[in-house]
Design a protein around this ligand. Structure first.
Ligand code: PPE
Length: 306
C-alpha cells in the first residue's frame, strides 16, 4: 500500500511508521475494534470533498455502542479529525480509515477497563475490485459460508471481528477464480458480499436486500435515494440466488467498490454479460455527485481545501 505521512492517533498526528501498538492489544486477539471506510473525492471545480462524512462518523459511534465500547470522541470530533488528517497529508482524494479499538491492559475476553484508542489513516485506493471492474463488471460466486445469523455477531456494527466471516468467503471466491463472493443469510436468502451491498434489476424494478442481516451501507442508502429521485422503483426485499441468476442486471455498492456491476453469478451470465443500462446510469450519476457536479446532493459533501 502507499504510505502517507501522518496517522491521527488519539488526537495527535504521528508519522506513519510510528503509529504502532503493543502485540498484546486486546483487539489484535479478540477482534474488539470498529472501523469505517470513507472516501474523499477531488471535485471538478478543483476543491475536494468527503462523501457523507457525518453519516460515517455516526456509524462508527453506533458500531461502538453496539459493542459496548466507549469511544472518547464525538461525531463532530471524529469528522474534524478526518479533515485534519486529509489536510496534514495533503490528500486531494483518499480512502479514509478510522478505527477505534480496545487497547493494551488486561488479557482475557472481557475488555474490562482497557483503554479505547482511535486512529485515522488516509491513503490512495483506486478501484477496489480491479481497474476494469467498474466498466466491465465482475464474476462472483455464492459462498459456501453463510452470513452470520442476526443474533450472532451484530451485522449492523462495522466490527473488525465480523470480518472473519468475510475473509473466509473472500479467500474461497478468489482461490476459485472469482472476484467476489455473495453470501446467503442463515435462511438461504441473498444478504450481501464480503465488503459490499447488493442490488439487482428485474423488469426495470431495482431490488436490494433489506437491512436484516447486512451492514447498512451508506452507498446503498445513497443509491436508493438517488434511484428513486431519478424515477426508478426501488424495493427493499429478500430474494434468492435463483432470482439473481435471471436478473437483467446486478451490481454491488460500497465505499471501496463504489458501484461495481456484476456480469456473472455462479457461471450464469447476468443480462448481456456487461454493465447494463440501469447500472451505468446510476454509476454515472453517483460519480457526478461525488465529483461535486450535482447541486441537489451537495449536502452529502464536506468540502476542504489546503
Ligand atoms: N457490507 C459490508 C460487509 C461492508 O464491509 C461494506 C463496506 C458495505 C456493506 C458497504 O457499506 P458502505 O461503504 O457504507 O456503502 N466495506 C468497506 C471495507 C472494504 C475493505 O475491504 O476494507 C468499504 O467499502 O470501505
Amino acid at each position: 500500500m502507499n504510505a502517507t505521512e501522518y496517522i491521527w492517533f488519539d488526537g495527535k498526528l504521528v508519522p506513519w511508521q510510528e503509529a504502532n501498538v503493543h502485540v498484546l492489544t486486546h483487539a489484535l486477539h479478540y477482534g474488539s475494534a470498529v472501523f469505517e471506510g470513507i472516501r474523499a473525492y477531488k471535485c471538478s471545480d478543483g476543491s475536494s470533498a468527503v462523501f457523507r462524512l457525518h453519516d460515517h462518523a455516526q456509524r462508527l459511534i453506533n458500531s461502538a455502542k453496539i459493542l459496548r465500547m466507549e469511544i472518547p470522541q464525538t461525531v463532530d470530533e471524529i469528522s474534524a479529525a478526518i479533515i485534519e488528517t486529509l489536510k496534514a497529508n495533503k490528500m486531494p482524494d483518499a480512502y479514509i480509515r478510522p478505527l477505534s479499538f480496545v487497547g493494551y491492559g488486561e488479557m482475557g475476553v472481557y475488555p474490562g477497563n482497557n483503554p479505547v484508542h482511535t486512529i485515522i489513516a488516509v491513503w490512495s485506493w483506486g478501484a477496489y475490485l480491479g481497474a476494469e471492474a467498474l466498466e466491465k463488471g465482475i464474476r462472483v460466486r455464492t459462498s459456501s459460508f453463510a452470513r452470520s445469523h442476526v443474533n450472532c455477531s451484530m451485522s449492523k456494527a462495522k466490527a473488525a471481528g465480523n470480518y472473519i466471516n468475510s475473509i473466509l468467503a473472500k479467500i474461497e471466491a478468489k482461490e476459485d477464480g472469482f472476484d467476489e463472493a455473495i453470501m446467503l443469510d442463515t435462511n438461504g436468502f441473498v444478504s450481501e458480499a464480503t465488503g459490499e451491498n447488493i442490488f439487482m434489476v428485474r423488469n426495470g424494478i431495482i431490488k436490494t436486500t433489506p437491512l436484516t442481516s447486512i451492514l447498512g451501507g451508506i452507498t446503498r442508502d445513497s443509491l436508493i435515494q438517488l434511484a428513486r429521485d431519478l424515477g426508478y422503483t426501488v424495493e427493499e426485499q429478500q430474494f434468492t440466488r435463483d432470482e439473481l441468476y435471471t436478473a437483467e442486471e446486478a451490481f454491488f455498492t460500497g465505499t471501496a467498490a463504489e458501484l461495481t456491476p456484476i456480469r456473472e453469478v455462479d457461471r450464469r451470465t447476468i443480462g448481456a454479460g456487461h454493465a447494463g443500462p440501469v447500472s451505468k446510469h446510476l454509476q454515472k450519476e453517483f460519480f457526478s455527485i461525488v465529483n461535486g457536479d450535482n447541486p441537489k446532493y451537495k449536502h452529502w459533501l464536506d468540502s476542504y481545501t489546503f
